[in-house]
Design a protein around this ligand. Structure first.
Ligand SMILES: Nc1ncnc2c1ncn2[C@@H]1O[C@H](COP(=O)(O)OP(=O)(O)OP(=O)(O)O)[C@@H](O)[C@H]1O
Ligand SMILES: [Mg+2]
Length: 195
């Protein structure tokens, strides 16, 4: 079982959205939702027991709950914090995906996230999410690559909020859409980075 933690000190960057979408394209997956906001759990309720299973687990109990999980892929959605619980989750994970929305305030908050990952001595990659559809972000990518590998961009696409509202992933909602293609591309890249 490969364990992937989706993290960011900054709120609203798309951690939960990415967790749901990656879990669906991954196939045999379980989501552990450690955020009291329970975004993934609410989304799971709208799926009427269709996989992936979403477990609501307090951040400090992830390690214990892992013992009951039997699956190929485990995705841990986290709350927007860089506190002790994040370090603990990063230590358990095989890979942390640091989600970043392009913007100065998001960059300002990045240091705290990276400090937590370093404290955990965890392996990490970036996911730039909600990029403007036409934005050229090559400078940002070069800067981030000094810390960790940066995956293919995921841009701001209406399919994300629309599908979440219906308890769907973008690949289920609009399989031919750009959002679906970007998620598939990011997932392929992520798997390469786990090996
Ligand atoms: N690529 C995207 N394109 C368009 N909208 C997006 C995209 N990714 C996320 N969103 C929207 O951005 C908002 C925040 O997303 P989400 O709740 O997944 O972020 P989060 O990082 O989990 O937030 P929190 O820190 O509060 O847990 C939601 O309304 C979601 O639908
Ligand atoms: Mg969230």
């Amino acid at each position: 079982m490969k364990k992937i933690a989706i993290v960011s000190r900054k709120g609203g960057v798309g951690k939960s959205t990415l967790t749901m979408n990656l879990a669906v394209v991954a196939g045999q997956a379980i989501i552990i939702d450690t955020d009291p906001q329970a975004s993934c759990a609410d989304w799971g309720d709208r799926r009427d027991y269709e996989p992936p299973e979403v477990q609501t687990v307090p951040a400090g109990r992830v390690q214990v709950s892992l013992k009951r999980c039997q699956t190929d892929w485990l995705f841990v959605d986290t709350q927007p914090s860089a506190e002790a619980s994040l370090i603990e989750i990063a230590q358990i994970a095989d890979l942390c995906v640091v989600v970043l929305r392009p913007g100065q305030l998001e960059l300002d908050a990045l240091g705290a996230t990276l400090a937590a990952i370093r404290a955990a001595q965890a392996k990490a990659v970036f996911c730039i999410n909600q990029a403007h559809p036409q934005a050229n972000l090559s400078d940002l990518v070069v800067g981030l690559e000094q810390h960790y590998p940066v995956g293919p961009l995921i841009r701001s696409r209406a399919d994300f909020p629309a599908s979440v509202a219906e308890g769907r992933a973008v690949t289920e909602w609009n399989p031919e859409g750009k959002a679906a293609a970007e998620i598939q591309t990011y997932w392929s890249w992520l798997q390469e980075n786990l090996n």
